[in-house]
Design a protein around this ligand. Sequence first.
Ligand code: UGA
Length: 441
Amino acid sequence: MKVTVFGIGYVGLVQAAVLAEVGHDVMCIDVDETKVENLKKGNIPIYEPGLTPLVTKNYEEGRLNFSTDARLGVEHGTMQFIAVGTPPDEDGSADLKYVLAVARTIAQHMTSHKVVLDKSTVPVGTAEKVRAAMDETLKSRGVEIPFDVVSNPEFLKEGAAVADCKRPERIVVGTDNEEVVDLLRELYEPFNRNHDRMILMDIRSAELTKYAANCMLATKISFMNEIANLAEHLGADIEKVRQGIGSDSRIGYHFIYAGCGYGGSCFPKDVQALIRTAQQIGYEPRLLRAVEDINDDQKQKLPQYIARHFGEDLKGKTFALWGLSFKPNTDDMREASSRVLMEELWKRGATVQAYDPEAMDETQRIYGHRDDLRLMGTKEAALHKADALIICTEWQSFRAPDLEFIQQTLNQPVIFDGRNLFDPDRLSRRGFTYYAIGRGA
Ligand code: UGA
């Protein structure tokens, strides 16, 4: 099938590459010329396991193409994906200007029936706005060409995006036109073989499904962080509690890890956007507000432990920091807990010696050169003459460190662990002062 994807971000690029891989003829359109040129040369703008070979192979074999020419893109695909960003605007609502600009572009150039699929995370009612924007543009051209707008949200996770996209747990399709379902079945056939993963519904429910899923997951995390804070004061261990409750199949083990707060481009933004949506219809979203508040506080947890140990004034102190990305297997630092932590430490006069397996360039890009940030080539180098070690991201390579080396290299054997990677008893037996989240510290 001929497919066009507008917006070569995380979602657009991964979706495009995976659709090309199963044989569809995919054209990606983006306004960013440099990005398009780089992609043609095999330079992928993001770190995502498995993505580079997938993109390169499909580009070389001619099933995946990149262009800035919107007209070409509109001509190309029967299926037109909108996968551009929906950044929060000033009040936290999702800003739809890019989505609607693509809708107008499609209407501007189309000459035959198109199926427009909203892949971007968009508030309930967006499909209607896309339809209206397209109607208006077609009217101004003085033509009548039929089209469908479908809500088809994406559920992939960064760091596992290719795998998630190849083997989706569900394919949510929101449409008001039964006839379009056949086209969608054809498009997703390769991902839908063993059992039917397609969940059909009306457009508004599909749009809300996306927010409900992310907000539910964020709620699980904030709930566990709240219990962790109780555990800390009650002398209980959140890791034991996690195992205890996760064993109940109604609760399950996923997304119940307490830590130094959730980040990324989705949870913080989507919780905030659903709060705004609720307020716009006069509903006070008390639970979602609490989810957000708890998470904001949770990002202050490590700075608080550090103040408890070293006092408020950190002038002259140096901290080794392992993990900068908002989670492992990505170089993405949007809303990362590490940023809140570093900014707090700097405010109090400390220097940070940071290491991350992938996010060093991104850190450099965000903070530039500053005297109180040293980007170190290895996790060992980050420890050199530091007063303590802080862990913000649970990269695999941090899980079994050489404790003796850490002890010998740090000025004092102190670890602040925002991801609960180690056994507190073992660390204290080995002579460490170990602060973790919700572990009776
Ligand atoms: C999230 C959702 O998991 C995807 O299903 C969704 O498609 C995506 O948003 C999106 O809307 O595009 P992602 O932002 O890539 O995916 O990251 P997650 O793996 O969900 O992690 C989010 C944050 O929660 C991370 O900072 C992670 O450290 C934190 N987390 C996760 C916890 O603190 N505890 C947990 O138990 C799980």
